[in-house]
Design a protein around this ligand. Structure first.
Ligand code: ADP
Ligand code: MG
Length: 145
């Protein structure tokens, strides 16, 4: 297997609740390399429309944009063999009520009365998606050239 990269976002709820360090610790604890790291003060509409290109037609997309723009987020590029699938396991499934205890979403996410799904982190679902997403959040790296 070859080394690959994944794009992780600590979403605004995760930043607000103080989970940046825990997400980084879990990556370092597993021995993955942190290849990129930044605070994004507020995600732009354009970034979110690219990042969630397959979600723009969903009924929940406006709510998702509001959530993702509700505060600063942290973007991370993590590197290692099989890191894409491995970090999806560490993050847990989309619905934080169903995410396994011990996973980031299982430990820190839950349902809220307003119906929003606040699930603490994003992570790429394939190496190809990671390449697309890294260009959105780390354009200065010129990864497409
Ligand atoms: P994942 O983040 O686990 O890859 P998806 O790609 O299906 O999940 O969805 C992207 C994000 O959109 C989710 O993490 C969540 O924040 C939001 N989302 C997904 N489904 C819903 C929904 N039914 N209602 C509100 N928000 C949703
Ligand atoms: Mg997804």
């Amino acid at each position: 297997m070859s080394t690959e990269q994944t794009l992780i976002l600590v979403k605004p709820d995760g930043v607000a609740a103080g989970h940046i360090g825990d997400v980084i610790s879990r990556l370092e604890g597993k021995g993955y390399v942190i290849a990129g790291l930044k605070v994004v003060a507020k995600a732009t509409d354009a970034q979110l429309r690219q990042h969630y290109a397959d979600k723009v037609t969903k009924a929940y997309f406006p709510e998702l944009v509001d959530y993702m723009q509700s505060g600063p987020l942290v973007a991370i590029i993590a590197e290692g063999v099989n890191v894409v699938a491995a970090f999806r396991q560490i993050a847990g499934v989309t619905n934080p009520d169903e995410a396994a205890p011990g996973s980031i979403r299982g430990d820190y996410g839950r349902s809220w009365a307003d119906g929003a799904i606040r699930n603490v982190v994003h992570s790429s679902d394939s190496p190809e998606a990671a390449k697309h997403e890294m260009q959105i959040w780390f354009p200065e790296l010129n990864l497409n050239s």
